[in-house]
Each structure stands twice: as C-alpha cells, then as structure tokens.
Design a protein around this ligand. Structure first.
Ligand code: DGL
Length: 285
C-alpha cells in the first residue's frame, strides 16, 4: 500500500464501460478514476480496426499526459480485441487491463455445453477472438452472434427525447438476435449460458433475462477485470491506502454529447451531473 494518489484511467467507446467502472469502484474504494466515453466515435464495433487503434492511442496518451494515470483499463471488448497489443508495446511499464468475452468462465458454468456469445461485429471478427475461441472449444459448442446496432441503441437510450422509440428498437434487436441463436434453457441441446461480450450489454440484462428465461446464466466481465486491476496495481506497488477526498474520487469525460453521458451516469450509477465534462477539443477530432 502506498500514498500514490494518481488516478486509474478507464475508457470505452461510450457508456458501456460504466458497467466496468462500477465494479472497479467497488473493488478499489481507495482509488481515483478518470473515465473517458468516446461517444463522438461510438460504436467502435462497426468501425475499421485502424480507426479503433488510432482512438485508443489518442485516449491513452491524453490520459497519461493530462491526468497522469498510473494504470489503464480498456473497458471495451472491441478496443481490447484490436488495440491492446499495440497499447502494451507503446506503454510497456503502464499496468494495462483489457476486457474480453468471458468464454472460460462460461465453460466452467455450462451444464449443457452449449454457450451463447453476443458481442460487436468488431470483437467477433477479430483475430484475438478467433484465438480465444480456439483455445476453449474443448467439446463445448459456442453460438456466436454479432449484434450490429445494439451498442449504438443502448448509447441512444439515455437521451430522454428518444427513450420510448429506442427502447422499442432495443427490444426488437434483442428478440431477433436471441431467436437467431436457437433455444435457451437448461435441457440438453439448449444454450444455458450467455456471455455478454460487450460492456454495453450489461445495461440490457433485464431485457435479456426476460427473453432467455430464468435458467440461463448471464456472464459479464466487470468483477474479474476489477480484481485483475487490483492484482496489477499491487504488483507494481501502486495500490493506494485511502482515504480519497470525495471531490477527487471520479471524473467522467465525453468526446460527444455531455447530456447523454450525464443521463447515463445518473441512470446506471446514480452519479450527479457535475462529475461529467467535455474533453478538450484536441481529443474530440
Ligand atoms: N462497449 C464496447 C465493447 O465492449 C463497444 C461497443 C461499440 O462501441 O461498438 O465492445
């Protein structure tokens, strides 16, 4: 434990990473956090790999230069899949944690050995995901579904003027994608475990639960990522031994619509709007 009060940087294409931030704050109550929502460029899952890498580098460099972060959590499966390798080689001494679809934990939970995975097109089309899938086949069947449009709809769902129409669109997308995957349930041949391979999808868990039924396990990654962050901080000697002033605890920034981030932070994390700000113009481009 140290007196190292430098914050931990966390970023996502938008508001999905707030689900990871919530787990991080719970696991590391004596740490400070700076969250970047790259809303102006969401969804990453439907952009080119080159573009996602460029945004990931720009955000990492901004967090290091302006906020002097001591660790970085890439709270986005898509950015992790295509950019974490390069981020690690550019910042070899920075503790860096990514998120990836929790296939291994799902394998341990599944009884029917039929596991569903929902994620963005960018994640499921990446080489990293192909390697992950290869490493866990082990007699189980993975039913992988790219959910185009879903992360974007979840982004839009917090804007009050669009709420009803967007909720209807989300319901339609979830129904279509889950139907395409086949039968869910605990009987042989049914999908009994569903991996949420995009951090945005945690915020539609209740809707998913209604569609797949009570017996299906929904697996997300916030908690294991938070534990891994603690391990890396401890290993680097960067863990802070509290307390942290309330005003220093958390700052959230967006490259896009400030009201959207404020609404999401309030709705899902119960945070007051004054914690959210716009990033400087240099990071918006
Ligand atoms: N939340 C992100 C993920 O986990 C990205 C969604 C997107 O921007 O497409 O993949």
């Amino acid at each position: 434990m140290t007196t190292d009060q430098r914050p931990i940087g966390v970023f996502d294409s938008g508001i999905g990473g707030l689900s990871v931030l919530q787990a991080l704050q719970k696991e590391l109550p004596h740490e400070r956090f700076v969250y970047i929502a790259d809303n102006a460029h969401a969804p990453y899952g439907e952009k080119s790999e080159a573009f996602i890498r460029q945004r990931s580098h720009a955000i990492a460099e901004y967090l290091l230069a302006q906020h002097h972060i001591k660790a970085l959590v890439v709270a986005c499966n898509t950015a992790t899949a295509v950019a974490i390798h390069e981020l690690r080689s550019r910042h070899p001494t920075l503790p860096l944690v990514g998120v990836e679809p929790a296939l291994k934990p799902a394998l341990a939970l599944s009884q029917t050995r039929r596991i569903g995975v929902i994620a963005t097109r960018g994640t499921v089309g990446s080489d990293k995901f192909a390697r992950l899938l290869d490493s866990v086949q082990d007699g189980a069947q993975f039913v992988v579904q790219a959910c185009n449009g879903l992360a974007l709809a979840i982004e839009q769902s917090t804007l009050p003027d669009q709420a009803a129409a967007v909720q209807e669109h989300i319901a339609h997308l979830l129904k279509t994608y889950t139907q395409d995957m086949g039968r869910f349930g605990s009987a042989p041949g049914e999908i009994d475990t569903l991996v949420l391979g995009c951090t945005h999808y945690v915020f539609v868990q209740n809707e998913l639960r209604t569609l797949v039924g009570p017996d299906v396990q929904l697996v997300s990654t916030g908690e294991p990522v938070a534990r891994q962050t603690r391990r890396l901080l401890a290993a680097a000697g960067f863990l802070h031994a509290g307390p942290v002033a309330e005003t220093q605890r958390l700052h959230l920034f967006t490259t896009g619509d400030l009201k959207g981030l404020q609404a999401a932070a309030k709705r899902w994390l119960g945070l007051p709007p004054h914690l959210c700000q716009a990033v400087p113009a240099s990071l918006q481009a």
